[in-house]
Write a protein that binds this ligand. Structure first.
Ligand code: CA
Ligand code: CA
Length: 383
């Protein structure tokens, strides 16, 4: 086995704080693709003479560092996400934030990012996004790969070690850490529903603006067509994913796209929901974002939905422009129409920001596409 090839995909490794989480050793070749290596004293160790290929993988939250590569090891890496991102290669150390120096020294990790990973209780990751094989995708395990994990509360004593990999060339330590109880390997039970997680707002500027720039994360990615299904019973294809086709800030924006079946309906409602945003007490007084439109005449309406189901409806508008446009809603100057929920007129956090689009389907227009960048909330009462 020492000279074999070892291929890991969609594997989650949770390291113990006193040992490396993942070790590549011996003379074999180890390929780690779309995995998450969390914790460990050092997250990932490539020992002398070993060869490791690391792709679209998350390595985060080691005690000492994330990656240690021996001087004689071969390290080939691209499109990974590290947090905070501390590296050692041979005798050289790279502190958190020094990814550029590490890239220059190794000529590796050219499309990698430094960003904190986000996942739910079943280790389904939603962030960060990396560019891999010409496609923006969430680093780490494929979300469609159903990991047989269920949330761990209330957990029976966790199994001592779920055998992820125990070959001499690559060993993965999955001992439970005291910091976070690992999920339970579920034998045959269907995955338990995970309660919705809320996303904290980014740090606010002095004048109260919290900004999402759609570079490495996408908080506005839930698309609900109405009706949900086409006449053939399939869900209407509609996506809200990061794209490099257009951008105001940085390299990326959010691309909302839907494709309609011909001659089925004249219009379709496309509801674009954000994740649940904000924390208790956050009071949004204004929202703005940039939208790239194609002068398609599509009516759209912004609204908030708060934690208690209350809807704060804004004014309808129409995509009657070509290119980027600033959109701005001051909730004080233009008060929303209130309906549903607890009707206490308080936008209880966590809230979701929503835009409802009503694209018209014609003989020549069977798709709908807009780009969105720089979604900002002005939070009036942030400490
Ligand atoms: Ca951007
Ligand atoms: Ca409310």
């Amino acid at each position: 086995m020492e000279n074999g090839l070892f291929f890991f995909k969609n594997v989650v490794v949770i390291g113990a704080p006193d040992a490396p989480a993942f070790v590549a050793a011996g003379n074999g070749k180890t390929v780690v693709s779309h995995c998450a290596i969390l914790g460990g004293k050092t997250g990932l160790v490539v020992q002398d003479n070993a060869e490791l290929h690391l792709l679209a993988t998350i390595v985060a939250n080691g005690v000492d560092k994330e990656v240690q590569v021996a001087a004689t090891a071969k390290y080939v890496a691209a499109a990974n996400a590290y947090h905070p991102g501390r590296f050692t290669v041979g005798a050289s150390d790279y502190a958190a934030g020094a990814l550029a120096e590490f890239q220059a020294a190794t000529a590796q990790d050219q499309d990698s990012v430094l960003a904190a990973p986000k996942h739910d209780d079943a280790y389904q990751f939603s962030e960060p996004v990396v560019r891999f094989l010409d496609r923006d995708q969430v680093a780490g395990p494929d979300r469609t790969a159903a990991l047989p994990l269920s949330p761990s509360t209330p957990a029976p004593p966790a199994p001592a070690a779920a055998s992820v990999a125990t070959a001499s060339v690559a060993t993965a330590s999955v001992a439970a850490t005291s910091a976070a109880a690992p999920p339970v390997l579920a034998a045959a039970a269907p995955p338990a529903p995970v309660p919705p997680q809320s996303v904290p707002l980014p740090a606010a500027t002095d004048d109260g603006w919290c900004k999402y720039d759609f570079e490495n994360s996408n908080p506005w990615n839930l698309v609900y067509p109405e009706p949900e299904k086409m006449a053939d019973g399939n869900r209407l294809p509609a996506t809200a994913e990061l794209s490099t086709e257009q951008a105001v800030s940085g390299q990326r924006s959010l691309r909302l796209h839907a494709a309609f079946p011909a001659q089925e309906r004249e219009t379709w409602m496309i509801k674009l929901f954000s994740q649940r945003l904000g924390e208790d007490g956050a009071k949004v007084i204004r929202v703005r974002f940039k939208m790239f439109g194609g002068n398609c005449g599509t009516p759209f309406t912004p609204r908030f939905r708060d934690a208690r189901g209350e809807i704060f409806q804004g004014k309808a508008a129409k995509i009657d422009w070509q290119g980027w446009r600033d959109l701005d809603w001051d909730l004080t100057a233009t008060p929303p129409a209130i309906r549903g929920g607890d009707k206490n007129r308080v936008l209880d956090a966590p809230f979701q920001f929503v835009v409802d689009f009503h694209p018209r389907i014609t003989a020549t227009a069977k798709t709908f596409t807009v780009f969105i960048d720089d979604l900002e909330f002005n939070v009036g009462n942030r400490p």
